[in-house]
Write a protein that binds this ligand. Structure first.
Ligand code: NAI
Ligand code: AKB
Length: 344
């Protein structure tokens, strides 16, 4: 089968590998669509993310969906021909986190496209059938692939426990921030404010449901939120930029008794947080890491038309042009690039 390996920063090589055989609890999936995530781009550019270093050729891509080509001996809930979205992290199932249900925190998770685990820029992937979710008619593999970033947003929205009518600030209008706008709206948020430094991304966020946008390269986030909320602050902040100034401002722009949920990962190891504000304002300050138990709900939201993910996609290119796709994905206006591995 055909795969694309990242062999060194900036270099993709198209290679042939033996087609994998599914294990007893696995399905062999003919991959159709794979979204390009910021972390893929990071590995492509730099060959590492923090302590995760690409030392051997690595297949990138973890936002994937395709068609079941073969089922393992013990799989009885999927059949050949089913279209499926693949949850990219398969946890060990035995550690304390897995046993208590917080399987997204499993230290031994096998996560696609994270060294040393290969991802989905490949004709076929053999994957644990419990982490392959059937897509109903009407949900394409193109949308199904985006269950992954949608899941990141769904999990963060749950961590934020947004109440009906609450004012939510989303910092960062990349793919994750855009998805949070959609999940916050679906959760019943009232005003949804979005900040970014790229005007076109703020325009896109408005089209997706943001009620007001703030270009923080023109005005400070703190001053803007002060103006908009009459000095009260927002009910909930979901940080989805990873930008140090945005993270540092979260405790200031949230109201007393409000909630901050951080998704963004900063390049800085340490960021000053006003801890006295945490106490004095009695804030709930929470992290949100990947997702758990989100795929069935993400698929249901897509099926019922509550959330549309197609509008975050800027372009689709074939896997044969993966280098060009990754170069294009780095353009500042691009929110999401999609790669077609086969045809649906
Ligand atoms: N916690 C988790 O499980 C996950 C975390 N992430 C992290 O979440 C963050 C967002 O992911 P993506 O949307 O893919 O990243 P992205 O880099 O595509 O988007 C970030 C956005 O923030 C904007 N930005 C830059 N400076 C800003 C500022 N000062 N204020 C507001 N916006 C600003 C950028 O213009 C960009 O539109 C990244 O840090 C990523 O590493 C991504 C996926 C999962
Ligand atoms: C941080 C990422 O972008 C990636 N989705 C991951 O969960 O590792």
């Amino acid at each position: 089968m055909h795969v694309v390996e990242l062999t060194e920063p900036g270099i993709f090589e198209h290679r042939e590998r033996p087609r994998p055989a599914p294990g007893p609890n696995e399905v062999l999936v003919e991959i159709r669509h794979v979204g390009i995530c910021g972390s893929d781009v990071h590995y492509y550019e730099l060959g590492r993310i923090g302590d995760y270093v690409v030392t051997d050729p690595l297949v990138l891509g973890h936002e994937s969906a395709g068609v079941v080509a073969e089922v393992g001996r013990d799989v009885d809930h999927l059949d050949s021909g089913d279209r499926v979205a693949l949850e990219p992290g398969v946890p060990c199932g035995e550690c304390a986190q897995c046993r208590s249900g917080t399987y997204n925190l499993c230290p031994d998770v096998e996560f696609m496209a994270t060294p040393p685990d290969d991802g989905a820029f490949a004709e076929y992937v053999a994957w644990d059938a419990d982490f392959a979710y059937r897509l109903p008619d009407g949900v394409s593999t193109r949308s199904g692939a985006l269950c992954e970033p949608l899941s990141v947003a769904l999990h963060a929205t749950r961590r934020a426990a947004i109440d009906l009518g609450e004012t939510v600030l989303v910092t960062g209008a990349g793919p994750i921030g855009a998805m949070v706008v959609k999940t916050a709206r679906a959760a019943g948020a009232g005003d949804i404010l979005v900040s970014d430094v790229v005007p076109s991304k703020l325009d896109r966020a408005r089209e997706m449901g943001a009620t007001e946008t703030i270009n923080v390269s023109e005005r400070s986030l703190e001053a803007a939120i002060d103006d908009i909320t009459g000095g009260d602050g927002v009910d909930v902040v979901v940080e989805a930029s990873g930008a140090t100034p945005a993270i540092a401002a979260t405790t200031t722009v949230v109201r007393r008794g409000g909630t901050v949920v951080c998704i963004g990962l900063s390049g800085d190891d340490e960021i000053p947080i006003a801890t006295n504000e945490l106490v004095d304002k009695e804030l709930d300050f929470r992290g949100s890491f990947r997702f758990r138990n989100t795929y069935p709900d993400a698929i249901s939201l897509l099926e019922r038309g509550v959330i549309d993910v197609e509008d975050i996609i800027d372009f689709e290119m074939p896997m044969a042009d993966l280098t060009a796709a990754f170069e294009r994905a780095q353009e500042p206006d691009v929110v999401k690039g999609m790669v077609a591995v086969g045809s649906e």
